[in-house]
Write a protein that binds this ligand. Structure first.
Ligand code: UDP
Length: 414
């Protein structure tokens, strides 16, 4: 294991790792940034996470050696919490605030790790000014969203910015091979700078428990086949199709229930649209909206379920797949994120042919016919994804860029 201790500026600008996870702009990336930072801190590295989201204290210590810094508080320069839509125009000012924090607190960073394109843009500015390596994780790519989902139309500004980041960053961390090929072919990122490291899972939190006890705890029926969805209600997640699939399964006489965890608050358009769909299909008794559930309380939901379904058009990481399997619950997913890598057909789940309602129905019906494998066998398919090992793999990338800077300018003292 590498013993070099690093000071890392972690940029998570549009979404706070302590934000309301499960809502529109706060999902897997927040969990990723929080867990990665926690484990980096545990390994002795120092991490300053910078965000413009939320309205918490200007600076808080989240874990040993891990600080969360709200840039919005800095001298009132940015006003209060720019929304994600306002951020692109304000990125130069965000960099000014970041730079001013670094100078006034006399911080020296070994490297910058940016998350999502908005942070990537600021990461490029910081790299240039601070002469400091820049590692980036896109989380999702605009060109891929636009290609893979008819529900998305990412703007040219994001596309152009991602191209620029691909041209300038020192290292790219992507979760799967597929995404590596895509940023190489579409954005021209050099293969030698791309590292494939999947997302992680907290194997101590996401543990198997008794299924009946979990259902009793959550007040869920014990005699139905329980389908679970966990995540945001973003259009590309295709939760609407899952609701339609449940209606069709019930019309075939199958006793299924659907639990939806996450999503925006009651009264928001995304939530209302799903409630209206459930009501139109007369599923009021079959679809349960659990709302946003804190990570600590999620294991009971995964454990209560017979299958966790992820019908998305596109995912980069797909953390919920790892979490479900860590609890010993099989999954049914489209070929997104880590799914093709971890799903062992008929053992820990199934890869859906597509997210058309008919394919969701046949995939879930197939799972209903398959004898469930032993919980330990299911869990064993994701034990290599525990956060400590994933964080170590990320450190290897940091060290590679920190010691042999790709640009002579990077060796200058900061
Ligand atoms: N999540 C949560 N509470 C909720 C809904 C989701 O904690 O109510 C978490 C979930 O456990 C997972 C993350 O949000 O860690 C979603 O990550 P994923 O990679 O599956 O999807 P993304 O949000 O990145 O599209």
């Amino acid at each position: 294991m590498n013993t070099q201790k690093l000071n890392i500026a972690m940029l998570s600008l549009h979404s706070s790792p302590m934000g309301p996870i499960g809502t529109q702009d706060t999902g897997g990336m927040s969990v990723y940034v929080r867990e990665l930072s926690r484990w980096l801190g545990a390994r002795g590295h120092r991490i300053d996470i910078f965000t413009c989201a939320g309205d918490g204290a200007s600076e808080v210590e989240l874990y040993p050696r891990v600080r969360l810094i709200h840039l919005v508080h800095l001298g009132g320069r940015l006003g209060t919490g720019p929304s994600k839509a306002d951020l692109p125009a304000r990125l130069p000012r965000v960099f000014e605030a970041l730079d001013s924090y670094k100078r006034s607190h006399r911080r020296h960073y070994s490297l910058i790790h940016s998350h999502y394109w908005l942070s990537g843009v600021v990461g490029c500015m910081a790299r240039e000014q601070w002469k400091c390596p820049h590692v980036t994780t896109f989380h999702t790519l605009a060109a891929r969203k636009n290609r893979d989902s008819s529900m998305e139309n990412e703007p040219d500004l994001r596309l152009a910015s991602e191209r620029r980041i691909a041209d300038r960053a020192d290292r790219f961390i992507v979760p799967v091979q597929d995404e590596s090929r895509f940023i190489e072919e579409t954005y021209g990122a050099p293969r030698s700078k791309i590292h494939i490291i999947p997302g992680g899972v907290d194997l101590e939190r996401f543990m198997p428990m008794d299924r009946c006890a979990a259902r009793r705890q959550l007040n869920l029926p014990e005699d139905a086949f329980l389908i679970l969805y966990v995540g945001r209600f973003a259009p590309l997640k295709r939760v609407d199709r899952l609701v339609s699939a449940v209606a069709r399964l019930r019309s075939q006489g199958r006793k299924v229930q659907l639990v939806l965890v996450g999503g925006d608050d009651p009264g928001t358009p995304s939530r209302q649209a799903l409630e209206a769909a459930a009501s139109r299909l007369q599923l009021e008794d079959a679809v349960h909206f659990a709302g946003r559930v804190a990570q600590e309380a999620l294991p009971a939901y995964y454990n209560a379920a017979d299958v966790m379904v992820l019908p998305s058009d596109y995912e980069s990481f797909g953390l919920v797949l790892l979490e479900a399997l860590a609890c010993g619950t099989p999954v049914a997913a489209t070929r997104v994120g880590v799914a093709p890598q971890i799903v062992e057909e008929g053992i820990n789940g199934t890869l859906l042919a597509s997210n058309r309602v008919s394919d969701l129905v046949s995939g879930i019906a197939g799972m209903m016919r398959t004898k469930r494998a032993a919980v330990d066998r299911l869990r064993s398919t994701v034990t290599p994804y525990g956060w400590p090992g994933i964080a170590d793999a990320v450190v290897d990338v940091y060290v590679s860029v920190n010691t042999n800077g790709t640009d002579p300018a990077l060796t200058e003292p900061i």
